[in-house]
Design a protein around this ligand. Structure first.
Ligand SMILES: [Zn+2]
Length: 215
């Protein structure tokens, strides 16, 4: 399956983004955060396009040819490949944050368990952890980081609407969990998105440990 690019997109730019996505996917798969071909990853190409993982591929063996082009409505561009079912959640992030360059979505065990545990409250409130400073805009452990937990659904417009409602209420959003499913986070480049994902994985793990210890 070959990817045709619109004239406005330099092939080198698409190739570099595809490479960066594949590298991140392989590393996150190695960490065990993408079981059974789950999870999806993307990077912005320009105001109108993003590169995203093709649906159903083993993230541990991902290469450049497993990445495809979509428009900001989540439709395939220049390929017959099928984008991930959750592409609409990626393109929503690029539409809402013009500065977002990379979006990561994983299904680690910690993310999955935490999403179930905190779904009853609708959010996880992180406070007092030094590692909160890894999240852009947080300069002290004293700040409060709220990560919403949205109900899972196979109907993507419902999830898109929940994210929109949170943002339209003026609440800050660095990441969100989907109940029984996984996490979404993003960044101004791949490194920042990776830092956010790793920090949140760590923080969620700490919150779960405190509850295991009844602390
Ligand atoms: Zn998912």
């Amino acid at each position: 399956m070959s990817q045709q690019l619109p004239d406005s997109i330099p092939p080198g730019l698409f190739a570099a983004r595809a490479e960066a996505i594949a590298d991140a996917a392989r590393e996150l798969a190695l960490a065990g955060w993408t079981p059974a071909t789950s999870s999806n990853f993307s990077m912005r190409i320009d105001a109108e396009h993003a590169a995203i993982t093709i649906s159903g591929r083993d993230k541990g063996k991902l290469g450049r040819d497993d990445i495809m082009l979509v428009d900001m409505q989540g439709h395939a561009v220049g390929t017959d490949a099928r984008p991930s079912a959750e592409t609409a959640l990626h393109t929503q992030i690029y539409r809402r944050w013009p500065g977002a360059q990379a979006v990561l979505h994983t299904h680690s065990r910690t993310q999955s368990v935490a999403s179930r545990l905190f779904a009853r409250d609708g959010l996880i409130r992180l406070e007092g952890w030094e590692l909160q400073k890894a999240i852009a805009g947080h300069t002290t452990h004293e700040s409060v980081l709220e990560i919403p937990v949205f109900p899972n659904t196979q109907h993507m417009p419902e999830l898109v609407a929940r994210v929109d409602a949170w943002l339209d209420a003026g609440k800050p959003l660095a990441a969100y969990l989907i109940d029984g499913h996984g996490i979404y986070t993003w960044g101004r480049d791949m490194a920042e998105a990776r830092r956010h994902l790793e920090a949140l994985e760590f923080l969620l793990g700490c919150e779960l440990d405190l509850r295991r210890l009844n602390a």
